[in-house]
Design a protein around this ligand. Structure first.
Ligand code: SF4
Length: 312
């Protein structure tokens, strides 16, 4: 019988921002010992967070829960200014910022726009820590929209002169383009970001899923349920008419879930480690998926530097 096929997306898994954020926690643990306090899950992945917990990281949501003289790390999603101020007002040993530099870039953009009198519209998911962190860079004149339908409820006159838009970094590239075009129609003076706010890793992983969806009859995305970029990969495959699952671990795969599939596209969200991909490949091998091919859409070489105190 002919082997069934796995098409492995490349690029997949860890991006430069996630690599850096995890390395900051690991190196802080090495240098200062446990416990190390991390505000929010450093990246949205259950395996990574559980592993760091075992090594001595304590994940908290509120600065109130960080004891004096301890070391604090902000997650890759970034934090509002109010959180920074609260942390800086406490007597802490060290604070490290694991905010992805591509999220920090949007923070700088927003502060600059606000300073120059722009009304800012952010496109993103309500309640996501990146959105809370980004919107929390300014005190007023900023509005969140999640969908095209939200545009009409914005309390902004259509002829406003100074209006700008920024986006969450992990959105659907195609859906965001539609929303930005509609926003431009509603506000002709809209200023769009000079460079896309959606990051390279989100874009590249979505491009790879588009290619896999052309040839596969199932796309498996490895990532946690609260991972924005992983959810977008699953949605993208489904929008292209291909069945898709988002799973944390290989144990979630059953023979029933693979019925009808002869070619599986396999990818991982930007916060999912390669060890989980290896586990899923092994599991798929046990169901006769032994022919493995890699589909490379682009090579990634991005690296972000660590804070000076944590470099070797
Ligand atoms: S997904 Fe993009 S924005 Fe988020 S950490 Fe990775 S590179 Fe940074």
């Amino acid at each position: 019988m002919k082997d069934k096929k796995i098409i492995l997306a490349n690029p997949r898994g860890f991006c430069a921002g996630v690599d850096r954020a995890i390395a900051i926690v690991e190196k802080a643990l090495d240098k200062y010992g446990s416990p190390i306090y991390v505000r929010h899950e450093v990246v949205h992945n259950k395996y990574v967070v559980d592993d760091l917990k075992e090594r001595g990281a304590i994940f908290i949501e509120s600065i109130v829960d960080v004891p004096e003289n301890s070391t604090l790390i902000y997650s890759a999603h970034g934090v509002p200014l109010s959180v920074r101020k609260e942390a800086e007002a406490k007597k802490l040993r060290m604070i490290f910022d694991a905010t992805c530099p591509l999220v920090s870039k949007v923070h700088v953009e927003i502060k600059n726009l606000h300073k120059h009198g722009y009304i800012i519209v952010m496109v993103g998911h309500k309640g996501h820590p990146e959105v809370e962190g980004t919107m929390g860079q300014v005190s007023d004149n900023i509005y969140l929209i999640e969908t095209e339908a939200d545009i009409k409820s914005l309390p902004i006159p259509s002829d406003v002169k100074k209006i700008a838009v920024v986006t969450q970094t992990t959105l659907s590239v195609d859906e965001t383009k539609v929303i930005l075009d509609k926003l431009q129609q509603a506000f002709p003076n809209l200023r769009k970001p000079k460079n896309e706010d959606i990051c390279y890793a989100t874009q590249n992983r979505q491009d790879a899923v588009k290619k896999m969806a052309e040839v596969c009859d199932l796309v498996i995305v490895i990532g946690s349920k609260n991972s924005s970029n992983s959810n977008r990969l699953k949605e993208l495959a489904e929008n292209l008419g291909v069945k898709s699952f988002l799973i944390d671990f290989a144990t979630e795969i059953s023979a029933e879930s693979l019925i009808g599939a002869s070619c599986i596209g396999l990818t991982a969200g930007a916060s999912a480690p390669e060890v989980l991909v290896e586990g899923v490949i092994k599991k798929l091998n046990s169901y006769g998926f032994n022919d493995i091919e890699t589909l490379t859409t682009v090579e990634e070489h991005m690296i972000f530097a660590l804070p000076a105190e944590l470099r070797n």
